[in-house]
Design a protein around this ligand. Structure first.
Ligand code: SF4
Length: 325
């Protein structure tokens, strides 16, 4: 017998919205009810979010960031043993974009460490000209960017150059950001960047991390904020505890809670791309398939910022099998 709150949530398949009060009941589901919730999330995905979204990223500038994000191995406030380097050359970026294209990965994202670019400085100009060069040399590929906070001016420039998606994660709920993520900047800074980008017509990719120590309510709050902001793609990461960060010994979140979170994100954002990003192969291992049937319709492949992932071809095979469900 399906739980009465899940039965009520089936109305999403008729195009109805999920009210906050009902989500609060679903947040408390346990055991087999979570599997029923996941099944509904999978049905919603199949009905409203059919397009699959696969992307890969290149860390084009690593480490030395003055922000204090607790989970991040690239922060100067943390002591992680990572490779640190300044902005990569345009030719390296083009070469990697070609590799991604050869592996049939639709979207290629350039990621920089650091606060972001509020001014059109020489480094920002180099990133923009590299994007132009990639678009010229890989005409059928999509180029994305994740280079931190933007001003109205820099958001306009990036929108005009024609990025496919701009990634800037909220990471957690607005009220938890200061405690769980960073004290050197705020969610408001990130939301402002999203608004600048949307003003100029750019598509926005924004999600967060599960496992920072947040509550289920704070995850749901983030899902509703992303809905209000009308972002296009929602990447969900499972914390990969990095050595040298304050979260290096963080207790892992139970898989059932992660699965419930994925399903609730799909119920709250039925039509959006929900992408399983970091933690899929490295932390979730055997459970990644389970989570991909809890409402996700995309994933990040081929490695992350300072950790490696799985081979893109293995992932493509995996995705084909999962499409049967
Ligand atoms: S997440 Fe970004 S802004 Fe935060 S410390 Fe890491 S590189 Fe810096």
């Amino acid at each position: 017998m399906i739980n009465k709150y899940i039965q009520e949530a089936y109305k999403i398949l008729d195009g109805k919205q999920l009210e906050r009060e009902l989500v609060e009941q679903l947040m408390d589901l346990k055991g087999e009810d979570i599997l029923d919730l996941m099944s509904l999330a999978n049905k919603i995905k199949k009905k409203f979010a059919v397009e699959s979204h696969v992307c890969t990223i290149m860390n084009v500038k690593s480490g030395m960031c003055k922000e204090d994000c607790k989970f991040c191995s690239q922060s100067m406030h943390n002591n992680s043993d990572i490779e640190r380097y300044a902005l990569s050359s345009t030719s390296d970026m083009v070469a990697q974009a070609k590799e991604a294209n050869k592996a049939d990965i639709a979207s290629f994202g350039l990621v920089t460490s650091g606060t972001g670019y509020k001014r059109v400085n020489p480094e920002f100009k180099k990133i923009v000209s590299s994007i132009e060069k990639i678009k010229e040399e890989v005409p059928h590929g999509k180029v994305c960017a994740a280079i931190g906070l933007l001003s109205d001016e820099t958001a306009k420039v990036l929108s005009e150059v024609g990025i496919a998606n701009y990634n800037i994660n909220l990471q957690t709920s607005v009220d938890a950001y200061g405690d769980l993520v960073s004290t050197t900047h705020s969610s408001a800074d990130r939301i402002e960047t999203i608004k600048h980008l949307k003003k100029y017509g750019s598509k926005v990719c924004s999600g967060g991390i599960i496992g920072l120590g947040e509550t289920m309510k704070q995850r749901v709050d983030m899902a509703f904020t992303l809905k209000e902001l009308d972002v296009d793609v929602i990447p969900l990461n499972v914390l990969v505890p990095m050595q040298g960060t304050p979260l290096e010994n963080q207790e892992p979140t139970p898989v059932s809670e992660i699965a419930k979170t994925f399903a609730l994100f799909r119920l709250i954002n039925p039509t959006k791309v929900i992408k399983f990003a970091a933690g899929r192969e490295t932390v979730m291992k055997d459970y990644q398939g389970l989570l991909m049937t809890a409402g996700a319709n995309g994933y990040l492949t081929g490695g992350y910022l300072t950790t490696r992932g799985r081979d893109a071809q293995d992932d493509a095979k995996f995705e084909k099998e999962l499409a049967m469900f």
